[in-house]
Design a protein around this ligand. Structure first.
Ligand code: MCN
Length: 799
């Protein structure tokens, strides 16, 4: 190591943050030259197949597994009774009220089945095909019980019950009343005094996350140690919960999430199949693999949304909003999963959107039905809230005869009012709703579209044009621990990072975030390259393995950059602080006299004297010329727990053609301007917005999980459950405004869910704007041609 005569770096390298870097991880993800869980083959590995209930609600009166047990290749067959003493219950649903009722959730049914697709037996065989074939040989006797499917009926007096051992079909009732909380006026009084009240019932249909890679698990026992590979979003939470459920000590259990092909919240879960795989591997002492088929995935991985929303808005005749009242029924399905109850509760604080409601009441019941459990799906609670407020604002505008944008402008928070404490008690951090809206109007060519709409109306054109808005915000960056903990009795929200400078000056970054398509390796490398001043290519990001990254709270809730990325920046700052001590020693200067820029320490006022952090890393390894009292390693850990959420916002505008003769709808133009604070990687951000838009538009137009009267999922394949492809979607005109988030060192706000949260109401508002003058009041999602046609010709919402 030499102390250079000339400064090692005279100029800072190009700034990485803000640069549209192509993603480091794409080559392996796109070519598939990587480890997906289902690619793994271990010596002696056995294969599991799950026998699933074909009925929605029944008592199991007998299971005959003899034929399956003697089938070729079958090693063992287990039923719920075989694991009755050790499977515990999946106890991990985070409670949202002190008296929330959790009926318990066996990973494999013992006495009753409560939804179609619930596990009743598990086959263990030498090959996947042998296991699948033996599934057909298991004979289960079911004593059918009444099926509960409709939430409103489920809550009625005398209703049949999903779980006999609990008193009703209501798991919890969560009420937030701004008047009682002291964050707003008395809601009932606000409604009593209001000049105008508009009430609507909206249905948030049930959706299926439909990630690209179906779920898969491999478990390898080694003595009393276990390694589980799982296509999960949450390796850290999974390890903790598996330890609690099965009694395998946490330190004997390693969980690895290798590359994961998408999750969208659907893999934010501790699944019965993960528990079962561990139980079977423990029982047999052999490695096992379970990998689901697409049909199993659609039927048994958790679903999302599924709310009935009764929304009342109060206002005066000039269009000043006075109050908002929400009564929500949220379908939990048959059991509570990890965050099933928390999903609607997250939404509870977002129903007021970007508007200055003086009074607000939210009242939600979590309801059991004999359907697949629900849980997080991209946006988790916030799309539902945004839909309700953005739809009811349009309905109020119609009632008042006002322009929908003028009504919004009149009521939204003004830039100079930030930070703004909302009626729900949240402190919105920063933003400018006017600026985003102005840019979006220009992007879409608003005036021309309105003129065309007028022409089509006057000409009674069979194809009508509508324009719909969604001026939204969302709370993301799930943390802060204190707030989350107060909402869900025990959930935390910090994130951890560690940085190690290797002797050759390369940098290893360990993150507790667990990407499954979001490009963290690239974005984290950009953050570290900028903060440390090292080349982007010299940074390697390690994640998704509890042995490599022992601490973390994983990826969901658009939290990774603003919590996990912030932890990375903090760790990098600590690395610099430590390297500074070594630099001062090597340069024979005091720490205070050192400047750090472009990866090099230089002595202020002494041109020519400098040492790079990479040289310091090597000096640390050799450790013969090292300051007293400093440990010979340039590494650091950091945990970041912000004091607030971050609040991205934006304006989404959809221009929609509706063919009044066929009911076909077509998005003509879609423009959105999102404010996600500092943008680390514009290419990734645009990709995230596009992906979110695809899913939000899909909710509006295409996707719905439908059950028949017996509780069978009738949309159990991709023929019936319509996930749009790129060809079904329009071109997106996207833009950004930037208002930094004050709550993290990057100034960023999350983007992973924004497109999905914002777009659904913009699309539905656009369709209604096209046909409202023809007498249509509402159209139920998804806006299939049949529904649109019925709404036009039969009245009602076409549902
Ligand atoms: N980013 C950025 N600048 C910002 C904000 C974000 O460059 N101001 C970058 C981040 O560095 C990161 C990506 O955008 O690479 C997403 O960041 P963030 O908003 O923090 O979201 P998370 O990484 O926490 O991802 C979770 C989010 C959620 S909740 C769902 S659901 C979702 C989503 O991400 N599921 C996805 N995007 C997905 N993308 C893919 N491909 N697959 C999924 O399953």
């Amino acid at each position: 190591m030499t102390v250079t005569e000339e400064p090692a770096v005279t100029q800072a390298p190009p700034r990485e943050v803000g640069r549209p870097r192509r993603r480091k991880e794409d080559a392996r993800l796109i070519t598939g030259r990587t480890t997906w869980t289902d690619n793994m083959v271990l010596p002696g590995m056995l294969h599991l197949a799950v026998v699933r209930s074909p009925v929605a609600h029944a008592r199991i009166t007998g299971i005959d597994v003899s034929a399956a047990r003697s089938a070729p290749g079958v090693v063992a067959v287990f039923t719920g009774r075989d694991f009755a003493d050790e499977q515990g219950s999946i106890p991990c649903a985070w409670p949202v009220t002190p008296d929330m009722v959790n009926p318990g959730h066996p990973s494999i049914a013992v006495e009753t089945v409560n939804h179609v697709g619930e596990a009743v037996a598990v086959i263990v065989a030498r090959s996947r095909t042998a296991a699948a074939d033996a599934v057909e040989l298991v004979d289960v006797d079911y004593d059918l019980l009444p099926v509960v499917l409709d939430m409103e009926q489920a809550l009625a007096d005398g209703a049949d019950r999903v779980h006999d051992h609990i008193g009703s079909n209501e798991s919890y009732r969560f009420v937030f009343d701004a008047g009682e909380a002291g964050t707003g006026a008395d809601t009932e009084q606000a409604f009593a005094d209001a000049e105008v009240v508009v009430s609507r019932r909206f249905v948030q249909q049930r959706l299926i996350p439909a990630f690209m890679e179906p779920r898969a698990v491999v478990v390898q026992p080694q003595g009393d140690n276990y390694t589980m590979w799982s296509a999960t979003q949450v390796p850290h939470i999974l390890r903790l919960m598996l330890a609690m459920i099965t009694g395998v000590p946490e330190h004997k259990l390693r969980v690895v999430a290798p590359d994961v092909g998408g999750g969208f919240g659907g893999k934010l879960q501790v699944t019965p199949e993960e528990v079962l795989s561990l139980l079977v591997a423990r029982r047999l002492g052999k490695p096992v693999k379970w990998a689901e088929t697409r049909s199993e995935s659609l039927m048994s991985a958790h679903h999302g949304r599924d709310q009935i929303q009764y929304i009342d808005i109060a206002a005066d005749r000039e269009g000043n909003v006075k109050g908002l009242r929400c009564r929500i029924l949220a379908d939990m399905g048959a059991y509570l999963r990890l965050v099933s109850p928390g999903v609607p509760v997250l939404g509870a604080f977002m129903f007021a959107g970007i508007y200055k409601f003086p009074a607000y009441r939210f009242d939600c019941s979590g309801v059991f039905t004999n359907k697949t459990p629900t849980d997080a799906y991209r946006g988790a609670g916030r799309p539902e809230a945004t839909f309700a407020v953005e739809r009811i604002m349009d309905e109020l505008a119609v009632e008042l005869g006002m322009d929908p944008l003028e009504l919004r402008r009149k009521n939204w928070i003004r830039p100079e009012e930030f930070p703004f404490t909302t009626v729900a008690g949240l402190e919105y951090d920063s933003g400018n709703y006017d600026a985003a809206t102005q840019q979006a109007l220009e992007l879409i060519g608003y005036d021309e579209l309105r003129a065309e709409q007028q022409r089509r109306r006057e000409a009674n054109d069979p194809v009508q044009l509508g324009i719909g808005f969604s001026t939204f915000t969302e709370m993301c960056g799930l943390a802060p621990s204190r707030v989350l903990g107060s909402l869900s009795y025990g959930a935390g929200g910090w994130e951890h990072a560690a940085i190690r400078m290797l002797p050759t000056g390369k940098v290893e970054v360990v993150t507790g975030s667990s990407p499954h398509g979001q490009g963290h390796e690239t974005a984290w490398s950009q953050l570290v390259a900028d903060t440390l001043g090292v080349p982007f290519e010299d940074v390697e990001v390690l994640h998704g393995d509890t042995s490599v990254a022992p601490r973390g709270l994983d990826t969901y809730g658009s939290r990774s950059l603003v919590v996990g990325g912030a932890a990375v920046v903090r760790a990098a700052e600590k690395v610099i602080a430590k390297a500074r001590k070594v630099a001062a020693h090597l340069l024979e200067a005091s720490e205070e006299d050192l400047d750090y820029s472009g990866g090099t320490f230089s002595v202020r006022g002494t041109p020519g004297a400098g040492v790079s952090i990479q040289e310091i890393a090597l000096a640390t390894f050799a450790a013969h010329n090292f300051p007293e009292g400093v440990e010979p390693s340039i590494d650091a850990d950091a945990t970041f727990d912000p004091v607030n959420f971050s609040f991205p916002h934006g304006t989404h505008i959809c221009a929609m053609e509706v063919d009044t003769e066929t009911g076909m709808v077509k998005i003509r133009k879609y423009a959105c301007v999102d404010d996600v604070g500092t943008i680390v990687n514009p290419l990734i951000v645009e990709g995230q917005v596009h992906g979110g838009l695809a899913q939000g538009i899909a909710q509006a137009l295409y996707e719905e999980a439908v059950y028949d009267a017996d509780g069978n999922l009738t949309t159990g394949t991709f023929v019936d459950y319509l996930v749009p492809s790129a060809a079904d979607l329009p071109h997106f005109d996207t833009g950004n405004t930037v208002h930094e988030a004050p709550g993290n060192p990057i100034g960023a706000k999350g983007v992973g869910e924004a497109g999905c949260i914002a777009s659904t109401p913009a699309v539905v508002n656009a369709a209604l704007d096209a046909v409202r003058h023809l007498g249509v009041r509402d159209i139920r999602m998804p806006l299939t041609p049949e529904r649109v046609w019925r709404a036009l010709h039969d009245g009602g919402d076409g549902g």
